[in-house]
Design a protein around this ligand. Structure first.
Ligand SMILES: CC(C)(COP(=O)(O)OP(=O)(O)OC[C@H]1O[C@@H](n2cnc3c(N)ncnc32)[C@H](O)[C@@H]1OP(=O)(O)O)[C@@H](O)C(=O)NCCC(=O)NCCS
Length: 151
C-alpha cells in the first residue's frame, strides 16, 4: 500500500474466532507474544477487547481489562504495514471512550522503557508517566508506568 493512500478500516468487538488472527498480530508485533489461551481469557474478563479489520483481515487489536474500577491497558498492537495511519490511536480512543461511558475514569499501563513509539502514542492521548518498575519484563527491561485520569 502506498503511503498516504486512504485506508478504510473497521473497529469491532473481538470474538472467539478472531483469536488466531489476534495471535498472528501478537507474533508479528512482540518478541514475547501472549499465548492464545491468554488472549481467549481476555475475552471473558471485564473490559474492552477490540479488533481492527481491513479487507476482512485483523490488522490490530486493543485489550483493556477493568479491575477495581480502573482500566488496565493490557495490550495494543497494529501490524507494521499499517502503522502511522492513526489506527493505534483510534483503537485506544474507542476502548477508553467505551469504558468512560461505563463510568471508568482511571487508566493505567506499563510500557517498555525503550518503546518510544508507544509512549508517544499514550502521551498523545493524555497518559502521563508516573513511575518506573525495574526488571518488569522477562528480559530484564524496565517498564514505565503511565496513567490517565479523565474528568
Ligand atoms: C504502538 C503502536 C500500536 C502504534 O500504532 P499506530 O497505528 O502506528 O499508531 P498511530 O498511527 O495511531 O500513532 C499515533 C501517534 O503515536 C505516535 N507514534 C506512533 N508511532 C510512532 C513512532 N514510530 N515514532 C514516534 N511516534 C509514534 C505519534 O505521536 C502518532 O501520531 P502522529 O502519527 O500524528 O505523529 C504500533 O507501533 C505497534 O503495534 N507497535 C508494536 C507493539 C507495541 O509496542 N505495542 C505497545 C505495547 S505497550
Amino acid at each position: 500500500m502506498a503511503s498516504g493512500e486512504r485506508l478504510s478500516f473497521l473497529l469491532r468487538q473481538a470474538r472467539l474466532d478472531d483469536i488466531d488472527a489476534v495471535y498472528a498480530v501478537e507474533r508479528e508485533c512482540f518478541r514475547d507474544p501472549y499465548p492464545p489461551e491468554l488472549l481467549r481469557l481476555l475475552l471473558l474478563l471485564p473490559g474492552v477487547f477490540l479488533v481492527v479489520v481491513h479487507e476482512d483481515k485483523v490488522i490490530g487489536y486493543v485489550a483493556v481489562v477493568v479491575r477495581n474500577n480502573m482500566g488496565h491497558v493490557f495490550s495494543v498492537a497494529v501490524v507494521e504495514r499499517f502503522r502511522r495511519r492513526g489506527i493505534g490511536r483510534a483503537l485506544l480512543k474507542e476502548a477508553i471512550d467505551a469504558l468512560r461511558r461505563r463510568g471508568i475514569k482511571d487508566f493505567r499501563l506499563e510500557v517498555r522503557e525503550s518503546n518510544h513509539a508507544a509512549q508517544q502514542l499514550y502521551r498523545s492521548l493524555g497518559f502521563k508517566e508516573e513511575g518506573k518498575i525495574p526488571g518488569y519484563y522477562s528480559d530484564g527491561e524496565a517498564a514505565l508506568v503511565m496513567k490517565l485520569s479523565l474528568p
